[in-house]
Design a protein around this ligand. Structure first.
Ligand code: NI
Length: 181
């Protein structure tokens, strides 16, 4: 179990399309998930995708079961492992909301996302997951799964007047957590 280096925007490894996991029961996958959990917790992240630590596989984790210090006004999301995910919108409604990313430290931007989505995939035991979610949960899963397509949130933004440094936009968060983002 290791806290791994998180790649930052500009690294070409963040722009790759990730490969599906073929063997969900492998020791390699178990070790990868342990490293991802440690890395996400150490960085106080709301989620992490395998490509962010340089592993080009369709694996994301999100949710800590607790309120995120970076998103103190959002409901907690239970810890989730999602492998080989598929996301579909439930309708055409979009919501604009603030996002940050551990690969884009120190910045936040307003990103449009589907308001309600269904996501499917496998959990860490290889069991099927099938959920319909909305709000912050829907936003987080769309953000994490975008990493598997080589997409970072600034590429989803439409209004760059709503993009800035976290400590300037949200000084109360900077003093509370001391985190980059
Ligand atoms: Ni991210």
């Amino acid at each position: 179990m290791t806290v791994r280096e998180i790649l930052r925007m500009g690294d070409p490894r963040l722009r790759r399309v990730a490969e599906p996991v073929l063997d969900v029961g492998s020791a390699e996958l178990r070790d990868l998930l342990a490293d991802m959990r440690h890395t996400m917790v150490a960085a106080h992240g709301a989620g992490l995708a395998a490509p962010q630590i340089g592993v080009n596989l369709q694996v994301v984790i999100f949710g800590t079961g607790q309120v995120s210090p970076r998103y103190p006004h959002e409901l907690p999301i239970s810890p989730t492992v999602l492998i080989n995910p598929v996301i579909e919108p439930m309708d055409a409604q979009e919501t604009l909301g603030w996002e940050g990313c551990l690969s884009v430290p120190g910045l936040r931007g307003q990103v449009p996302r589907w308001s309600r989505v269904r996501y499917r995939g496998l959990d860490d035991l290889g069991q099927p997951l099938d959920r319909v979610v909305e709000g912050f949960h829907a936003r987080v899963v769309q953000h994490e799964c975008d990493h598997l397509l080589g997409i970072l949130y600034p590429q989803r933004m439409r209004d760059f007047s709503q993009f800035g440094y976290t400590d300037i936009l949200f000084p109360e968060l900077a003093t509370r957590s001391g985190d980059d983002d």
